[in-house]
Design a protein around this ligand. Sequence first.
Ligand code: SAM
Length: 261
Amino acid sequence: THFGYETVTESEKQQRVAGVFSSVAESYDKMNDLMSLGVHRLWKDYFVSSLNPGATNPIGRPQQILDVAGGTGDIAFRMLQRAHNLNGNPNVHVTISDINPSMLAVGRQRSLALPASHQSSLSFLEANAEVLPPSIKDNSLDLYTVAFGIRNFSNIPAALREAHRVLKPGGVFACLEFSKVDKFPLLNAVYKQWSFSAIPLIGQLVAADRDSYQYLVESIERFPSQEEFRDMIVDAGFAVAGEGYEDLTGGIAAIHRGIKP
Ligand code: SAM
């Protein structure tokens, strides 16, 4: 396609991504439900429960979390809910960062419905994941999350190096992203059919924006395999356990985790 990595420059890709997310911000949450038939909620629930933010020893130790490409807040809100309500740790702070002010604005608006204690443990930051601002210090974070964001970055290795820089030794990098269904050819065929026909059509009908959703489908197609992406995480200096990733729904999505040694 004409948006392949071969033919566009980094800044062209950045502008393209900015355009996509500015135009989808308002319809983003509804579209996620439609396109994934609601399954993105289950993946996000599982992602957050597997990270178990706020479960510290001793109980109640502060944790600094950065949710990169946090968009409208789905991951950050779940992490606060889990940390404060389930793990009884009100000393967990989450920063939602995103390059796109329209997505952050929707997130800020949605956050007004959260309990006051959650709101006061939340901040918003407009930032490019590839060059985090000086306010995020070296070795300062316990957890770095990025969900359905990293495949949009122009320079993924740069973002991984930034993640490594800002995490404390022992801190965790965790990524939830669309991935490859190579292990299940039949599921893969059904999934490809859905992605390439239904998603652009839903985009057209519901959001009046076929191109943005076509772009999203193509960006999933171009993203590296589970193993390739794991190797990129290792190259950035992280240690991984076992295979370094976990497939969800046959690999339609995958969770990658790394620890800063
Ligand atoms: N994490 C949220 C979720 O799971 O619902 C939002 C995911 S949304 C599909 C992808 C987000 O990545 C968008 O909000 C977009 O603005 C953001 N993004 C794209 N490129 C970025 C970059 N270089 N740095 C930070 N955020 C970026």
